[in-house]
Design a protein around this ligand. Structure first.
Ligand SMILES: *Cc1c(COP(=O)(O)O)cnc(C)c1O
Length: 437
């Protein structure tokens, strides 16, 4: 067996991996046609037929609604904007609490603060990394108004149970489906199960238009309110004769015709991309299944997993080597897109210091807010321990892996696992020299 690179050997993988790029001639032609038309955007921030945007924006929304089997799709310029629009649309009041996962992109929680509502972090499941039902239940107070549920890494959260719990407590649910477009849950598409689902068309997601996002719902009222928030609500409500003025603070969340034209072509490719990602994810799972102390991604029987990220939990106690050493060893062998930990949003400085709007602690210190919301370490023990000690991830969505590539990656894992004793020794010495330095 070749020595590990960390121990002075040569890298097992010596080639670069191909980056995922599904932008092709279709997108080029579509963009060219928009440019030739001269209409790069057709939105008008007033009550007028162009309030709903131009032909490509409307076509993308029509196709999106059809593909996802929902009544309404509202395009926006990012998933972040979509979350803000969705949370405004459900009628959040200042001081309302919204339960959210610490394991998501930060915007899942920041979008709550935008409306002066208070994010409350529930813990996650240790196998799917999605919100844990019991923990959500424990977070519900008489201030709770909604739950933001990410379908993290490309696998659905426990959606039916969450919807049932929400119904019982009269809460709205928003799915952050940025990482799971086209993933399946009991025959339905992820993102369409909650009151509103929000998708991303950002450049590092399964499909993209550079930047962009789409909100979906089956509720006409919510769709209308999201359309208003997207496009200068305050100056449209009079003309449109909108009576409920709550949260009719409008933004400019409008997508351009160019982005929509790209999005239309990308959506046509989504099914194929999903199949590829599933093949890659399943192949890698199988290839790594012979290693001990590894928990590989699960696919619940009612779900598909579309592997935005390939998540792995390591039993570091049994293995006797830290996650950071494992990652260093694998990276040195040439494994791409690999890193330790994910995120704990509640531990970001904004939450630790409670400084968001201005510098004085607003909205947490306002009269309308419950004063006992905490973000201290320990509130999400599973998420925190995974991030700190046991979790590694490979960003599968970044690369266009062949099966040969995945075989090489798996080989690197086996190479590392075959030299754990030496690695343990290396770790001891390294920790020691770190101390001296
Ligand atoms: C990428 C991502 C976002 C943000 O999407 P943008 O379109 O870049 O705003 C939000 N939530 C999750 C879970 C994401 O993965």
């Amino acid at each position: 067996m070749e020595k590990l690179v960390l121990l002075g050997g040569t890298p097992l993988i010596q080639h670069e991996f191909r980056r995922q790029n599904f932008i092709g001639n279709e997108e080029r032609v579509a963009v060219d046609n928009v440019l030739k038309s001269g209409v790069l955007s057709q939105f008008l921030g007033a009550w007028h037929e162009d309030f709903y945007g131009g032909p490509k924006v409307r076509e993308l929304e029509y196709n999106w609604a059809k593909y996802f089997n929902v009544k309404y799709a509202v395009s926006v310029n990012s998933n972040t904007s979509g979350l803000i629009a969705a949370l405004g649309a459900i009628g959040l009041e200042p001081g309302d609490e919204v339960i959210v996962s610490p394991w998501s992109m930060s915007a899942s929680a920041t979008s709550i603060l935008v409306w002066n509502a208070i994010p409350v972090f529930a813990d996650i499941e240790s196998d799917t990394y999605n919100l844990d039902l019991k923990s959500i239940e424990d977070c519900i107070t008489n201030k709770t108004k909604a739950i933001v549920v990410p379908d993290i890494f490309g696998h659905a959260a426990d959606l039916d149970a969450i919807m049932q719990l929400a119904k019982k407590h009269n809460l709205k649910v928003i799915e952050d489906a940025a990482q799971a477009p086209g993933a399946i849950y009991y025959g339905r598409k992820v993102g369409t199960i909650a009151d509103i689902g929000v998708f991303s068309l950002n450049y590092h997601k399964h499909i993209h238009s550079g930047e962009g996002g789409v909100c979906v719902t089956n509720d006409a009222g919510l769709a209308e309110r999201m359309q208003l928030i997207r496009n200068h609500a305050e100056s449209v409500v009079a003309g449109k004769k909108v009576e409920n003025l709550s949260n009719m603070i409008g933004f400019n969340f409008r997508m351009t015709e160019i982005e929509a034209a790209i999005g239309i072509e990308q959506l046509k490719k989504l099914d194929r991309i999903i199949v590829e990602k599933q093949q890659q994810g399943n192949y890698l799972t199988k290839a790594l299944s012979g290693l001990n102390c590894l928990s590989l991604p699960i696919v619940k029987p009612e779900c598909t997993n579309i592997y935005y990220i390939f998540p792995i939990t390591i039993d570091v106690v049994k293995l006797g080597v830290s996650v950071s050493t494992i990652v260093k060893a694998l990276q040195a062998e040439g494994v791409p897109g690999l890193s330790a930990g994910y995120v704990n949003i509640h531990l970001l400085p904004m939450y630790q210091k409670k400084i968001a709007h201005g510098s004085g602690g607003f909205p947490w210190n306002a009269d309308f807010a419950r004063k006992t919301v905490r973000y201290s370490e320990g509130i999400c023990p599973i998420a925190e321990n995974l991030h700190k000690n046991t979790f590694i991830k490979m960003v599968l969505c970044l690369y266009d892996f062949s099966f040969d590539d995945l075989d090489a990656i798996a080989k690197a894992f086996y190479k590392v696992w075959n030299q754990l004793d030496e690695l343990r020794e290396w770790e001891l010495q390294n920790a020691h020299s770190d101390c001296i330095a």
